[in-house]
Ligand binder design. Structure first.
Ligand SMILES: Nc1ncnc2c1ncn2[C@@H]1O[C@H](COP(=O)(O)OP(=O)(O)OP(=O)(O)O)[C@@H](O)[C@H]1O
Ligand SMILES: [Mg+2]
Length: 361
């Protein structure tokens, strides 16, 4: 027995890290150790060998490969000679990268990532996508805010089922909350049903108030539903908010007419990173036979993404349930929106990882 003990391998921290370096993040194209994802590593005697414990800190709770990462980490560490037990604790800490700031932009120190949801024209489902993504991200465990900055027709209050006005405390607005999402809308500040004519400076002022004068608390992601189109209103707003990036929602016809490209070009010119394209009302799935009918030409969003080197985040079908739940203020993001939310979170992580120094450890 003594003989065996003498020959027993000692497991070192370096050996564990070396093994974990084999795991490459498929989105960030770097190993998980150099990305700083391994924390609190401890090695203790256990039976004839050692027990290894560590925390695997993901860059978003909505990580598309969370389960695979956990399995791989357990496998590679278990394979080290002398390891008799492995405990991997999965956690997430959304990272932030200071976005390029313009003079006069609002300051949002407690918000890690501000993401604009935009479109080339109205009625493509921008607000539907924004509210479902917000609920999906909240469901993954991230802290989420949603700002409805659509001056033409705030629809987030209806879609999220909240219409009450906002309260203020110590001079700061307290966001409403629904489905785990903290909400602000121009609709909370105006009388329901009364049309509002916004003039340029008023828009800037109101939106500034909805962003900067709000008690958001810590937020991982703040989604901003911009006014549709590439006109003055969206341009001014996109410039006054320190954006981590923008998501462009399109429909197949929109792509065919080059409207989506126009929006993408505008953001590119403003130097706002484009996190991806979502094609909404992409196809119709028959509720009876579940066959997919591509009423409009199909695949345009993906093609536009490829042509412009912009990630394609996914396609959402034309679905009566999506409209009904939107009208009823009961968003219920299913697997499609959940998948898009994970892809979006991954794109934000990719952007933010560009600022991680090459050797964290
Ligand atoms: N995938 C979908 N399936 C079915 N109906 C949808 C879908 N996406 C959006 N809709 C419906 O289409 C209408 C327009 O959607 P929405 O209000 O989200 O668009 P928008 O781009 O925000 O419009 P606006 O330019 O007016 O802000 C709504 O009635 C919504 O319920
Ligand atoms: Mg809208």
């Amino acid at each position: 027995m003594l003989f065996k003990k003498e020959r027993q391998e000692t497991v070192t921290e370096e050996a564990v890290l070396q093994a974990l370096r084999q795991i490459i993040d498929p989105d960030l194209h770097r190993d998980i150790v150099s990305l700083g994802m391994i924390k609190d590593l401890s090695i203790e005697p256990h039976g004839d060998g050692s027990a290894v414990n560590f925390t695997f800190e993901l860059t978003t709770p909505a990580c598309p490969v969370r389960d695979r990462f956990q399995r791989q980490a357990e496998e590679v560490v278990s394979a080290i000679p002398g390891v008799t037990a492995v405990t991997v604790t999965m956690s997430a800490n959304v990272r932030t990268a200071a976005p390029h700031r313009n003079q006069g932009q609002v300051e949002l120190p407690s918000v890690k990532n501000v993401i604009a949801i935009a479109s080339g024209k109205g009625g493509v489902g921008k607000s539907t996508v924004a509210s479902n993504l917000a609920v999906a991200l909240a469901g993954s465990g991230a802290s989420i805010g949603l700002v409805d900055a659509d001056i033409y027709g705030p629809s987030v209050p209806m879609m999220m089922g909240v219409t009450k006005g906002v309260q203020a405390e110590n001079g700061r607005l307290i966001p409403n909350e629904a489905y785990g999402v903290r909400l602000m809308s121009l609709g909370f500040m105006t009388e329901a049903g009364r049309p509002v004519v916004w003039r340029g400076p008023m828009v800037g002022q109101a939106v500034r108030q909805m962003l900067a004068d709000v008690n958001w608390g810590e937020l991982d992601y703040l989604l901003v539903d911009l006014p549709p189109g590439t006109g003055d209103a969206s341009l001014t707003l996109a410039q006054s908010i320190p954006l981590s990036g923008v998501v462009v929602v399109t429909t197949p016809q929109d792509v065919a007419l080059g409207i989506a490209t126009k929006a993408l070009t505008m953001f590119r010119n403003l130097q706002v990173p484009i996190l991806g394209i979502i094609e909404n009302m992409s196809y119709f799935e028959c509720p009876n036979c579940h066959e997919q009918h591509h009423i409009f030409s199909h695949g345009g969003g993906q093609e536009a993404g490829t042509a412009l080197h912009v990630p394609f985040l996914g396609e959402v079908p034309l679905d009566i349930g999506i409209r009904e739940r939107g009208d009823a203020g009961r968003p219920e993001p299913g697997p499609i929106f959940e998948s898009i939310a994970r892809k979006l979170a991954a794109q934000v992580s990719i952007r933010n990882s560009l600022s991680i120094p090459l050797a964290v450890r």
